[in-house]
Write a protein that binds this ligand. Structure first.
Ligand SMILES: [Fe+2]
Length: 243
């Protein structure tokens, strides 16, 4: 399987408030491997507006973290490959930054994982997504089922998908860990074939954990036979530019 959304790299390099601890990263990768994950896409939070001039340095650090983690996993015999990416908070100039080549795409493809604002109103979000597409990038909206409660996400998921925008859904949402309305929306997205990939959105070893099989039944029930395989391999393989 491919886990399209995972915060593992925060335990390798200081890209977040979390204290790096390579042993936690190795454990997270091991849990993923035991669950059947072969490729983890590293998607740490990236907030261009907050970082300003520090952005290129932090992106370099994220890539170093991925390289370092792959080395350690090889040494330890953990059969998981980690690829570079980020969960990029949307900003009005996100397309400009993408065009400059500063933002990490998913597996060095032309797909960018974009986080919509959860609380505050962002009138520019629609426009920024469109500009990204004009610049030759495909936005993949991180856990759309959660972003859907945001006033920024006024567009219907059908419209977004029709316009070529991809939607990623979190496993934990499908099994009700984010409440009933989020679970219902996540299941509807699977049922109506609007989902491009699943992610664990793993943050740690205890609460928001790695792995995808926890939502297998929920995906099968909503999407029918083959849906889980499609959403955990065939579809995300394209998003990381390998198919
Ligand atoms: Fe995330």
């Amino acid at each position: 399987m491919i886990d399209l959304h995972n915060h593992i790299v925060r335990y390798v390099v200081p890209v977040h408030r979390t204290e790096p601890d390579i042993e936690v990263a190795v454990q997270m990768a091991r849990m993923s491997a035991e669950d059947g994950v072969r490729i983890i896409v590293s998607t740490p939070h990236l907030r261009p507006q907050l970082l300003e001039d520090d952005l290129p340095r932090v992106v370099d650090l994220m890539r170093e973290g991925v390289d370092r983690l792959n080395e350690v996993l090889r040494e330890r015999g953990v059969d998981v490959e980690v690829v570079h990416g980020a969960e990029i908070e949307i900003t009005p100039d996100v397309a400009e930054l993408a065009a400059q080549g500063v933002l990490p795409t998913l597996g060095d493809s032309n797909h960018l994982m974009i986080e919509l604002p959860m609380a505050s109103y962002a009138a520019y979000a629609e426009q920024a997504l469109f500009e990204l597409q004009l610049a030759g990038f495909t936005p993949v909206i991180a856990h759309y089922e959660r972003a859907a409660s945001s006033p920024a996400a006024e567009a219907e998921p059908e419209d977004l998908v029709r316009r070529g925008i991809k939607l990623q859904v979190n496993c934990e949402s499908l099994i009700g860990k984010r409440g009933r309305p989020v679970a219902r929306l996540a299941q509807r997205l699977v049922r109506e074939d609007l989902v491009a990939a699943l992610g664990s959105d793993a943050h740690d070893l205890h609460d928001r954990v790695p792995g995808l099989t926890a939502c297998r039944r929920a995906v099968d029930r909503a999407g029918g036979r083959g849906a889980f395989e499609r959403l955990t391999w065939d579809a995300p393989l394209k998003l990381i530019g390998r198919a």
